[in-house]
Structures are given as structure tokens and as C-alpha cells.
Design a binder for this molecule. Sequence first.
Ligand code: DGL
Length: 276
Amino acid sequence: MSNGPIGVFDSGYGGLTVLKEIAAKLPQYDYIYLGDNARAPYGTRSFDTVYQYTLQSVQWFFSQGCQLVILACNTASAKALRTIQQNDLANTPLGDGGRRVLGVIRPTSEVIGNFSKTKTVGVLGTTGTIQSQSYLIEIEKFFPGCRVFQEACPMWVPLVENNEHNSKGADYFIEKHINNLLTQSGEIDTILLACTHYPLLMEKIQQFVPGGCAVISQGKIVADSLAVYLQRHPEMETQCSKGGQRQFYTTDSAEDFDSKAAIFYGAPVKSTHLAL
Ligand code: DGL
């Protein structure tokens, strides 16, 4: 089995907020990022569509030599990961050689209860992530009895993707969904940004969240979890190539991608167009 880069996938730009933290924590590995910008947003798409798009992307990562792929997208993790793990990796040649696909919902659910004193957590995500109830199910496994309240924010990804997240129009949608969440329970003291695009809205979100309520994004959580995973799985760790290289691909225009990606990644990005 040959070595390969770690694949990091998102429907668009959001996963760059995760890659940024992963690459900071584990700089020695090679990474390939793929943003499926041409077909984003995934948040309002059906289960089957998100599954088909994500599977196609995973197949591409494997064709590039990746042995490990991180779905740095909550929507893809919620709607496609289980089927890919239990069907495609377990029962088809896609899983040959022990290739693995991991998501962001489980590692986040494993720790989110630790942030909350009242054991009452609010989850903000895309319609797909919220409707899947994945966070309700996963958090209950790790923090039984922890109360979880959810709110779908269907406008937030389009605002970020269109670079409108600092506009007055954005304030309206941010305040509306924060209020919808917080009126569900006065006990919420921890809000999880369960969408990898939302860290871009952090400043605005903080304006509408009362003091004493923590707003948590996932990048560092996922990076810490990946570090532990690689320690516990030396058979996978040895298959991750170590050259410190980063490659970026987008299914839409590379020029457009590069002009926006730096906001998410925190450094200039030079991408290549990929026709999937
Ligand atoms: N960034 C993705 C997530 O974490 C969603 C973006 C989209 O709707 O495509 O859910």
C-alpha cells in the first residue's frame, strides 16, 4: 500500500477553516483539499444527492493516492458518511487496503458537552445537518442527559459564499437565528457552530449572543481528534505521506476560489480546477 496525502473535503470553502487548524496542528503531513464549489451549497440538497456528490469526491481522493479522507463538512458528514463507511468502504473495493473516511460530527460530539456547565447546548447548522438529527443522536451517546437545542440557518452559507457576511443584511439573519435558538431554552450556555462556514461569522454571532454563553467552532476540535486518531492508528499514520505539501482543488473556477479562499484559510491559496 502506497503513501498518500490526507484528503480534506467540503462542499465549498468552509472546510478550509478546518484544514487551517489541522495543518497547524499536524504540519508534517501532505494535504489535498477539494471544494465542490460548483455544486455548493449542499445544505438544502437531498440525502441522495449529497451522498452521490460526496462519494464521487471520495473516489477522486482515493484515485489521488489518499488513504485517509476527512469530510470537513457537517452536511456531508450527516448525510453521506455512514453509508460510505458501512456500504462503500466495507463492501466494495473502495475500502481496499484499509482506506478510511472520517467526519466532523462524531469528534465534535465527543467533547462539546465538556464546554457546558448547564449541560445545555445549542447547535446551529444547515437545514440538512439539523434535519438529520445527527448531533442530537451523537451528543446523547457521549453526554447522556445533555439537552441539545437546534436551529437551521439556511441563509448563512449563501451569505458567506457571496462575501456578504459583513453586511447589514447579514445582521438580520444572524440575529434572527440566534434568537430562535436561545428562546428554546434559557439554560443554553454553549453554542456549537456545526457548519464549517460559520467561523467566518464569529464576530457577528458574538454580537447577538449574551455574555457567558460560549460560541464554539470545530476546527481545533477536529484537528485534536485527528492527532489522537493517528496516534491510535499507526497502520494509517504510516500511510499518510509527510512532505508538508498542500494542494487545493475546486470544481468551480480556480480564480474565484483563490480570491475568496484566503479569508477561510488565513493564507493565500493557489488552486486547480477539477471537473468531477
Ligand atoms: N460547510 C458545510 C457544513 O459544514 C455546509 C455548506 C453547504 O451548505 O454546502 O455543513
